[in-house]
Every structure is written in structure tokens, then in C-alpha cells.
Design a protein around this ligand. Structure first.
Ligand code: AMP
Ligand code: MG
Length: 350
């Protein structure tokens, strides 16, 4: 398949590309588009033939439901059923933005979109291009992240092209994704509501709307054996080609341990990458050191996490050793992605 690629540089001037992309959706095709979380791979959520193509293009397991994207808050009621007061309050507070609400679905949504579940994940993105594109398409857009299944999610158009050129009809590029990790998923089809995936909106923020909201035990991941509630969270994810290991504990001791591990791997003839932070990057003696950002503002870490994993792949390292982060606020989402990237291979320093 020949993929048409267009990058929006100035929204007013390049709106034509959004119209083109929306026409592809209307014709039942696949479009990669930017959002504030990560880039999405979209199709008409109500057209089961179009949605099937998403699963094929990504190599995504069919039992992993898709999130549908809307441009108008009221569409929560158009596609959802029995929407609770808490769902409404959360939407009012955090939409448009990086939060997905799981609600009972109505019969407009085909089974392939929801992977045969009776519920559906719905999100209204804040990204201007995303919203304009959904509006112009005049339908909800089913969209997982625009990567081959299992790989780190793409936060810039270059990575989408790498994975999906030739597999989709249209790639609509724009800026880098602001947040860098996927949306927070909250199941509001049950009470108390449950966070199925940590993301840009933290548990503390959600609790301002409903004190009883809690985090699914399967994702806080003290124990890799507790099964997560969201079907997709059980899959290996975010894996770069290199093996990933994470070192957790007192930061000074972690740096010491990582230096020792790097040295040992290099002695064995391996190419090693160190995923550091601005605070520690100069303390590593060997290996390819890349900083994720500053510990003083973990949003910088979230934003560059996936692109840094992919950058190590570009440099053909065999193993990536990463520092860990405090599991609070946005750190919960960062550690959730890191744990999955390393397959829970975490070295604990006591
Ligand atoms: P992605 O599309 O790659 O961002 O992944 C979407 C995530 O949302 C996966 O982990 C899905 O399992 C989860 N998800 C989507 N819809 C539902 C739903 N109705 N119930 C529970 N989890 C869902
Ligand atoms: Mg994904």
C-alpha cells in the first residue's frame, strides 16, 4: 500500500491535510494522527471492516479493545449507556485531555471495536489537530497507538513512519506529543471507579472528583502475577529491540550499581545504554548515556521515555539499564511503562 504522508507546519495554512485525512476515514481507510498523549492509528469506530484493518496493520491481538476518540463531550452519551454522574464530573474536569473513560457501550459500536466487551473506552483529546481531524471525519475515531504491537508508542511522526509506512493510507504529522505516555484509563462502568492504566492524569487528580477511585492492583505491579483488569495491559509492551533492566533504590547507590553493571556487560563485549536523568548523567563512566529529563519535573521524563527507548535501538545497543522513579503522581505511569519494557526485571538496591 502506498502511504500518503503530510506534516502540518502551520495549522491555518495546512488545514487541507486534515480534510484529506478525514476523507480517508470516510472511505474506510486508516490514518495516523497526532494526539497529546502519543500518536494514534485511527479508523471509523463504527465501521467494523475499517476497524479490522487497524488490528492487521499493527499486528494487534483481537482481544485487545480500542479506545474511541471524540471531539464533542456530549458524544460520551451518544456512544455510552448508563453514564454515571461520576463519569460526567470526570469528563467535565479532565476533557479535553489525557483521560479515557470506560462506560457501557450502546449498539452503535461494533463488537470488533470493543473486542466483544459490553463496555467501551472513550476519550476526548486536547490536541487541536486531533480534534479538528475527528470533527471533520464526523464520526468517532477508534485509535490505538500508532506503532507495531509491542513496540514503544510513537511520540513523533518519524517513529510512526518507521513502523507503519506502507501499512496505512495516510500519515498526518505535526508536533511531538506533549504528554508522551498514553491516557489514564478509568473504568466508570463500575463503582467505585477503577484506574485500569496510569497515565497523564494522576490518581491524586482523579481523587479530587471521587475519593473512592482506586488503582487496579494488577498494574501497580509489586507482583507480576496479579492479572490486570484491562485486557491490553497483560501483553508485553513498550519493548525496544534491546533488553531493558531497571535499577531501583537510593539514587547514589543506583548510580554506583549501574556503573558496575555497565562495566561488566562491556567486558562481555555488549553495547550498553544507560537511561539517566539530568541530575546523574555525568556520573556514568561508560556506555551510551542518554538523559530522560529532570527529576525536578517528571513530566519531562514521561515526555521523552518512549523516544529515548527508540533512540537506543537506533544506536544498536544490546542492553539498556535505566534508573527507576518514585511511584507517585506521574511517576506511577512512568514506572508502569518501564516495568513492562523490562518485563519486571528490576534490580532492587537496599
Ligand atoms: P492502546 O490502544 O494501545 O492505547 O491500548 C488501549 C488500552 O485500553 C488497552 O490496554 C485496552 O485493554 C484498554 N481498554 C480499551 N477498552 C477497554 C474496555 N472497554 N475495558 C477495559 N480496558 C479497555
Ligand atoms: Mg498501544
Amino acid at each position: 500500500m502506498k502511504t500518503k504522508i503530510n506534516i502540518i507546519k502551520k495549522l491555518e495554512k495546512d488545514k487541507i491535510f486534515i480534510d484529506e485525512a478525514a476523507n480517508v476515514i470516510k472511505d474506510g481507510g486508516l490514518v495516523v494522527f497526532p494526539t497529546e498523549t502519543v500518536y494514534g492509528l485511527g479508523a471509523n469506530a463504527l465501521d467494523s471492516e475499517a476497524v479490522k484493518k487497524i488490528f492487521i496493520a499493527k499486528g494487534r491481538p483481537q482481544d485487545n479493545p480500542l479506545i474511541i476518540h471524540i471531539a464533542d463531550k456530549d458524544d460520551l452519551y451518544k456512544y455510552g449507556k448508563n453514564v454515571s454522574k461520576i463519569a460526567k464530573d470526570l469528563a467535565d474536569k479532565f476533557w479535553p485531555g489525557p483521560m479515557t473513560l470506560v462506560v457501557e457501550k450502546n449498539n452503535l459500536i461494533p463488537d470488533v471495536t470493543s473486542a466483544n466487551l459490553s463496555t467501551i473506552g472513550i476519550r476526548m483529546p486536547s490536541d487541536e489537530v486531533a480534534r479538528e481531524f475527528i470533527k471533520k471525519s464526523n464520526v468517532a475515531i477508534a485509535a490505538p497507538s500508532a506503532n507495531i504491537s509491542g513496540r514503544p508508542s510513537p511520540t513523533d511522526v518519524k517513529r510512526c513512519i518507521e513502523d507503519l509506512d506502507g501499512r496505512v493510507d495516510y500519515i498526518l504529522g505535526c508536533n511531538e506529543s506533549e504528554v508522551g505516555v498514553e491516557s489514564t484509563i478509568v473504568d466508570v462502568s463500575v463503582y467505585p471507579p477503577c484506574v485500569l492504566r496510569p497515565g497523564g492524569i494522576t490518581l491524586e487528580m482523579l481523587k479530587e472528583v471521587c475519593q473512592d477511585i482506586y488503582m487496579d492492583k494488577g498494574i501497580i505491579g509489586k507482583d507480576a502475577n496479579i492479572k490486570p483488569k484491562a485486557p491490553g495491559m497483560k501483553y508485553t509492551h513498550y519493548s525496544p529491540k534491546a533488553r531493558v533492566r531497571v535499577v531501583d533504590g537510593n539514587l547514589d547507590k543506583c548510580v554506583e550499581k549501574i556503573n558496575e553493571m555497565v562495566h561488566n556487560y562491556i567486558e562481555k563485549g555488549l553495547r550498553v545504554g544507560v537511561m539517566a536523568t539530568d541530575e546523574t548523567r555525568n556520573e556514568y563512566k561508560e556506555g551510551l548515556v542518554l538523559s530522560l529529563g529532570t527529576r525536578n519535573d517528571v513530566s519531562t521524563i514521561a515526555k521523552s521515555l518512549f523516544s529515548t527507548l527508540r533512540e537506543f535501538d537506533d544506536k544498536h545497543v544490546d542492553i539498556i539499564i535505566s534508573e527507576a522513579f518514585m511511584e507517585e503522581g506521574l511517576g506511577v505511569a512512568i514506572m508502569n511503562r518501564l516495568k513492562k519494557a523490562c518485563g519486571f526485571d528490576i534490580v532492587k538496591i537496599i
